[in-house]
Design a protein around this ligand. Structure first.
Ligand code: ADP
Ligand code: ASP
Ligand code: MG
Length: 542
């Protein structure tokens, strides 16, 4: 139900009419012609629900209530992830097929089928609708089975097949959510994003073609919105121009939401997840982490890039050119405001905002005495890394012996090291020592905050705190953007490093923000107000 909201900071009741919820300044960037909008010119929200948010029937029940509330005051496009854990299981099935283990594949599909059936049975009461949904699910599982059988036969898992298999989770959850909405009286249509999001053919990490995607979305989604139908779109997937299914990368439904938000010129995009917004650190690693009310696009993008799982690394890319506000909010506590991500961020925003860490990274060192006389080490290293599409997370060079430290994601470690050894094989043929080494026992920590240079002592305080808490540093890099300071520590020291800096900058302390800042924040944000009862049991609803 829609509620009038209390000002959390001052306890005052705040205004809530739609005109104030969507001030004119947010409409300035609009390019979608108003003729596409329904007569009342409702604002448009793209709302994405992550895996935990659609984890079972009871969670989907909450999601339905949130969408129902939002659809009363705005047009809504919904983006849905696979049910929690499902994509991992599908990826496992893909690997099992490659090794020829059909028994394991069948067991995985059996479990997944049961899980989806159970949710459908709890959510959908109409027998006809339940059997329609059941047939759809069976078709999808048969498709998955055929893909696995083919892989088993060839003992080869192509990137294209891996994408097709891992897409099944979203293709299963989307019709389920659409049917659950219909059950609660919200007109909805399940749509596969292969119809909407046009990408390149880079399987596993596809990038969208925004212009073609805009054309498709306008043609397919705007007529539905005009008829008051809520489109429910699969996150994570798209299709190359030839129609072959692609995925945007693990966790890519966030990116799907901002892509749709950008091409539809939405008033806002909301990522509904299982935490209260962007936190000052991963709450699983820093128990005292707290919600950040407002951050800039830049800060959020850095957090995402440097490991904050709550946002897919490319999420901000799609909306950066158009300035659409992005919210991160909690499906399980929708009365809380979450985090607002805006182009400029908080007006009083200089200084350290949040910390993040990447545990599944490796440190590659290129250098040592044998490299002292080798020509163009830097150029050749970077060209080699680019050829294997290795994302370099940190670079540091500090030695006359060409010692170069590079941090890359673990998944790329093997191919990167092999490529570098191949590149320098000739130069090092007569060297008895190993000069390209890999250390998988490290983690990378990043301190994020806008204009940190304008706050004197930030670097000193960061490393002073680590010294006091006896955390040893292995490599350091400060982004010239003044937005990040990254360093490498032993994996075992990750939590200690995060706790140390979190404490030093009092990030967990609400007093770190002034009351005035908070008041200002709550006045400016004016988010969608939703209040969903916590004891909601969809199977007991009528
Ligand atoms: P969803 O399935 O909704 O996409 P994810 O699991 O991908 O959710 O992301 C949410 C998780 O991200 C949280 O449960 C939290 O553990 C983790 N996380 C890591 N860093 C942060 C951070 N800075 N703020 C909030 N959550 C974070
Ligand atoms: N289901 C996909 C994954 O687990 C995409 C997502 O959840 O965002 O990676
Ligand atoms: Mg996610």
């Amino acid at each position: 139900m829609t509620t009038r909201r209390k000002d959390h900071a001052a306890g005052a009741e705040l205004p809530g009419p739609a005109s104030e919820l969507f001030p004119e300044r947010l409409r300035r960037h609009r390019s979608v012609p108003d003729r596409f909008r329904s007569a009342g010119k409702k604002p448009l929200r793209v709302m994405k629900f992550g895996g935990t948010s659609v984890g079972d029937a009871s969670c989907i029940g909450r999601v339905v209530e949130i969408i129902r509330t939002a659809s009363r005051e705005s047009d809504v496009v919904v983006v849905v992830s696979a049910m929690s854990g499902v994509t991992n299981r599908l990826v496992a099935a893909a690997s099992q097929s490659e090794s020829g283990d059909y028994k394991s594949v069948a067991a995985i599909f059996g479990e997944l089928h049961q899980q989806h059936d159970a949710a459908a049975n709890a959510l959908i009461h109409s027998t006809a609708e339940r059997s329609r949904l059941g047939r759809k699910m069976t078709e999808l599982f048969q498709e998955g089975d055929r893909l696995c059988q083919g892989t088993i036969l060839l003992r080869e898992l192509t990137p294209r097949t891996r994408d097709a298999l891992s897409s099944l989770g979203e293709r299963l959850s989307t019709p389920l959510v659409a049917a659950a909405l219909a059950e609660r009286g919200v007109a909805s249509a399940a749509i596969e994003a292969t119809e909407l999001v046009v990408t390149d053919a880079c399987h596993g990490a596809a990038d969208p073609n925004m212009e073609l995607t805009r054309e498709r979305c306008e043609a397919r989604l705007l007529p539905l919105l005009q008829q008051g139908i809520v489109p429910v779109v699969t996150g994570f997937i798209g299709a190359a121009p030839d129609g072959v299914l692609t995925t945007l990368g693990r966790g890519g439904s966030d990116y799907s939401a901002t892509i749709l938000g950008a091409v539809l010129d939405a008033d806002e995009v909301i990522l509904w997840t299982d935490v209260d917004g962007l936190q000052t650190a991963d709450p699983r690693l820093v128990p005292g982490a707290c919600t950040i009310p407002e951050v800039s696009y830049r800060e959020a993008a850095e957090l995402a890039y440097f490991g904050a799982k709550v946002l897919h690394p490319k999420t901000l890319r799609a909306i950066m050119p158009c300035g659409i506000p992005l919210w991160v909010r909690n499906t399980f506590a929708p009365e809380r405001l979450g985090t607002k991500i805006t182009p400029a961020g908080s007006p009083s925003g200089a200084g350290v905002k949040a910390l993040t860490a990447i545990g599944d990274a490796v440190l590659i060192t290129v250098g040592g005495p044998g490299f002292a006389g080798v020509q163009d080490v830097l150029g050749r290293t970077f060209r080699t890394m680019a050829a294997v599409r290795a994302d370099v997370l940190l670079i540091s060079q500090a030695s006359s012996q060409n010692d170069l430290c590079l941090v890359v994601p673990s998944a790329l470690a093997k191919c990167t090291v092999e490529a570098l050894r191949h590149e320098f094989a000739h130069d090092l043929a007569h060297e008895p020592m190993e000069h390209i080494t890999l250390d998988a026992t490290v983690a990378m920590v990043t301190v994020v905050g806008q204009n940190m240079r304008s706050v004197p002592g930030t670097v000193g305080r960061t490393f002073g705190a680590l010294g006091r808490d006896e955390v040893d540093l292995i490599a350091i890099a400060q982004g010239s953007s003044e937005c990040t300071i990254s360093f490498v520590v032993a994996k075992k020291d990750t939590q200690a490093a995060l706790a140390s800096i979190h404490r030093e900058f009092r990030l967990g302390n609400p007093l770190n923000r002034t009351l005035a800042e908070d008041e200002n924040y709550y006045r400016l944000c004016e988010p969608l107000q939703v209040n969903v009862q916590t004891n909601h049991h969809p199977d007991r609803e009528q």
